[in-house]
Write a protein that binds this ligand. Structure first.
Ligand SMILES: *Cc1c(COP(=O)(O)O)cnc(C)c1O
Length: 309
């Protein structure tokens, strides 16, 4: 087996917060992965598999962390990589992706259009479309986060995981299964304007949102993957959402406590503990998966803080 592209990230015990809440709070620091988010776990595994299958060119539509992770995989393995981003993707991220040697193509006003264009590029032989969240290999790769936690701590009462399309979440469920974390609950985090998992669970139906309205752009999937919905229904997962302002404030408190800047998408998960939400009241030990994210500059963060305070 080839060596994985992700690294083992540290597990931090949050001393300040734990004593404030009189609970045990653990942070799994996936913000310390290369490219700053968990994405390299699953996307990286899929990229490696694609190379084993004989592909010679990665194509992805993403102006976010999935695009960055794919570019990193391409750089590591010496594989040509094309990242299609919509016009809304800021220069900050375009530059990061391009710095890894990927070709950045700007297409369309929104992700959907960029995605159609990306799919048209893979018609050529030996090019492969890399899925950001909806693929079994991506889930299997993301599951490594729980393998690591299992070596780093006893199973907690609950895991908090942010959900966009649900690729991280599916990995968490699979990782818990294979590590025999039978008594650990799963709590999913979203922002109010991107709460596709919460809506589907409330309606008990595989449905999505009409539109996304949140600064947590990494959570912006209108509908979760079908597998994510199935797992969530069967595991009796608890889903919550917070306002963009609450997510931002959790980012701020986390930065003050640990010195790490993460995206509002990740702030949604951190909000469970930093805002002591109802969903954690009855629990003693809580593991928050710090999914991270490289899409937020300090300048943008400051602008948001002014807007939302
Ligand atoms: C991709 C991403 C998410 C959401 O992950 P899904 O697998 O789409 O559910 C959350 N946070 C960050 C920082 C991300 O990059």
């Amino acid at each position: 087996m080839t060596k994985a592209l992700h690294t083992q990230t540290p597990l931090f015990y949050a001393h300040e917060l734990s004593s404030q809440l009189n609970k045990k709070i653990y942070f799994k620091m996936d913000c310390h992965q290369p490219t700053g988010s968990f994405k390299i776990r699953g996307v990286g595994k899929r990229c490696q598999e694609a190379v084993e299958e004989g592909y010679e060119h990665f194509v992805i539509a993403s102006g976010g962390n999935a695009g960055l992770a794919t570019a990193y995989a391409g750089w590591k393995m010496g594989i040509k990589t094309t990242v299609v981003v919509p016009e809304t993707t800021q220069k900050f991220m375009r530059t990061k992706i391009a710095a890894l040697g990927a070709s950045v193509k700007v297409f369309g006003e929104a992700w959907n259009e960029a995605n159609v264009f990306a799919k048209s590029l893979v018609k050529k032989e030996k090019a492969i479309y890399i899925p950001p969240f909806n693929h079994p290999t991506v889930w299997a790769g993301n599951a490594s986060v729980i393998d690591e936690c299992d070596r780093q701590m006893p199973p907690p009462d609950a895991v908090v995981v942010a959900v966009g399309g649900g690729g991280y979440f599916c990995g968490v469920i699979e990782g818990m299964l294979r590590n025999n974390w039978k008594n650990t609950a799963v709590i999913t985090a979203e922002t109010d304007g991107a709460a596709s998992m919460k809506k589907a669970l409330e309606e008990q139906q595989f449905i999505g949102l009409d539109k996304i309205d949140s600064i947590a752009s990494s959570l912006g999937a209108k509908r979760v993957a079908e597998q994510a919905f199935e797992y969530a229904i069967n595991k009796e997962v608890v889903a919550y959402s917070v306002s963009d302002g609450q997510a931002l404030d959790a980012c701020r408190l986390f930065l003050n406590e640990t010195g790490n800047l993460v995206e509002p998408a990740c702030g949604a998960a951190l909000a469970a503990v930093y805002h002591n939400l109802d969903v954690i009241q009855h629990l003693d030990s809580i593991l928050v998966l710090v999914c991270g994210g490289s899409g937020l500059s300090l300048e943008q963060f400051n602008t948001y803080l002014k807007q939302y305070s």
